[in-house]
Ligand binder design. Structure first.
Ligand code: GLC
Length: 445
């Protein structure tokens, strides 16, 4: 299937391949979480979307991420090929076993909708290089049409997500482990040219052939798993790449991982969210199955309370949340991940007013205690931990007309010159978060 002249495989190229110990490999994966740190803000600032085109994204707050591809078959995560040093030829054999009999993106989109998500993002192509769509530009026809699936799997996903009224996102990794030039771009210029051309042409396919796309979610713009995405900008020319994207999709929201700063920041992993309100819009992304992004047997699955807590901690700091599921080789969403999403949906049914369409503030969050969001004449106080029976809040510029516990249970509040005090009996507190709405007197005309 692969042309040995270009892909891995002559002895010279093979000797250039990294030989890493398992421990170092894990570090690579972990390092990928912080690789966007130094994007150059002076690179193509004209590409940033104006605030009015970012509004829907900032209002949406919650998306569902899907990591799915050939790596669902060995079930050891999406880094399986690299971590276990599987050669491209051996890995490619998985394509002949890729029969996703239960692939039903409508059911994924319905699940995301039930969870209260407003958008989805799916891995059109991960670092293994296998494209889930009909991709003539794919090196060696390494795509779903030429696999046992024999069809384009992105087109029905895009349709399904739209049908549920959700915004459509595509994830694309310019990184492709099949190309030795990924590890040695300067030493292997011919292979590097081929590698780069594939990325530009595949992204063009995705941007041209699937109608309107709302989000482009880059990942892996770095080189040789070293440095950051921005360090690889000399190679990818992310300004040129994203200019091409915007030519086809003028209002697409773009994440930061191509080496260009992007329209929002990303913070990856399930670690707690702390600190003040962030100036730039940002997104917390993590896998609900903490065992991996791509399918692995469910292990350490976050429950709905834990995910709600991450959502609230992101939203009160100007963030969104993109929570990942990893369907199995047949396309089935594992049951505990589905259950977590449904639990988040139940919480959002009752508390969605305090999340969707809000903006953070007026209070700065206090880590582990509370944060706030605002919409119209309401301030929502999200209490994540009670330091004592009462919670004291700073004063507000407008009179508070009343306080309501969104769970329907009791709340007592008192106001004095120094601010407000809220108290909610333990039985009326939420298991993850207690949300109190303060209704403010209308602003004087
Ligand atoms: C990490 C993982 C990568 C995953 C990404 C999602 O970088 O290494 O596999 O796709 O997170 O944000």
């Amino acid at each position: 299937m692969f042309d040995r002249r270009h892909l891995l495989l002559g002895a010279a190229a093979a000797s250039l391949l990294p030989s890493l110990s398992r421990a170092q490999t894990l570090t690579d994966e972990q390092r990928s979480a912080s690789k966007t740190a130094n994007a150059d803000p002076t690179l193509a600032p004209d590409l940033l979307l104006p605030a009015k085109e970012m509004k829907w994204w900032r209002d949406a707050k919650f998306g569902v991420f899907v990591h799915w591809g050939l790596y669902a078959i060995p079930a050891r995560g999406e880094w399986y090929m690299f971590n276990e040093k599987v050669s491209p030829e051996d890995y490619a054999r998985l394509a002949a076993e890729f029969h996703p009999h239960h692939y039903d993106p409508d059911s994924w989109a319905r699940l995301a909708k039930t969870a209260g998500a407003r958008y989805m993002v799916m891995t059109a192509r991960h670092h293994d290089g296998f494209a889930l769509w009909n991709s003539p530009a794919s090196y060696g026809h390494y795509d779903a049409v030429h696999s046992a699936a024999h069809r384009d799997l992105i087109a029905p996903y895009v349709k399904a997500v739209r049908r549920e009224g959700l915004r459509v996102g595509l994830y694309y990794s310019p990184l492709d482990w099949r190309f030795p030039a990924y590890f040695h771009p300067k030493e292997l210029p011919d292979n590097a040219a081929l590698f780069k051309r594939q990325t530009y042409a595949q992204v063009e396919e995705l941007m041209r052939h699937y109608g309107h796309i709302d989000i482009l979610w880059w990942d892996g713009g770095w080189l040789a798993h070293k440095g950051t995405d921005a360090d690889a900008a000399w190679f990818w020319e992310p300004d040129k790449l994203n200019r091409m994207v915007r030519k086809y999709q003028p209002d697409i929201v773009i994440n930061p991982r191509s080496g260009w700063q992007g329209d929002f920041d990303v913070q990856e992993g399930g670690a707690p969210i702390t600190g003040p309100i962030r100036a730039r819009p940002w997104e917390k992304t993590f896998s609900i199955n903490q065992g991996g992004w791509g399918y692995t047997p469910e292990n350490n699955v976050l429950n709905a309370d834990q995910v709600v807590r991450l959502l609230v901690d992101a939203v009160v700091r100007n963030g969104n949340m993109l929570a990942n599921i990893g369907p199995d080789r047949d396309g089935i969403v594992p049951p505990r991940q589905a259950e977590t999403l449904k639990g988040v949906g139940l919480w959002l049914k009752r508390h969605g007013r305090a999340i969707y369409g809000t903006r953070p503030g007026p209070f700065q969050p206090v880590d582990g205690v509370y944060g706030a969001t605002t919409a119209g004449d309401s301030v929502f106080v999200h209490i994540v931990g009670w330091p004592s029976d009462d919670l004291s809040l700073p004063p507000l510029p407008r009179k508070v007309l009343g306080a309501r516990n969104l769970s329907g249970d009791a709340v007592r509040w008192t106001a004095d010159a120094n601010g407000h005090t809220l108290s909610v009996p333990p039985a009326s507190r939420g298991s993850a978060v207690t949300v109190i709405e303060l209704r403010l007197a209308p602003e004087a005309a």
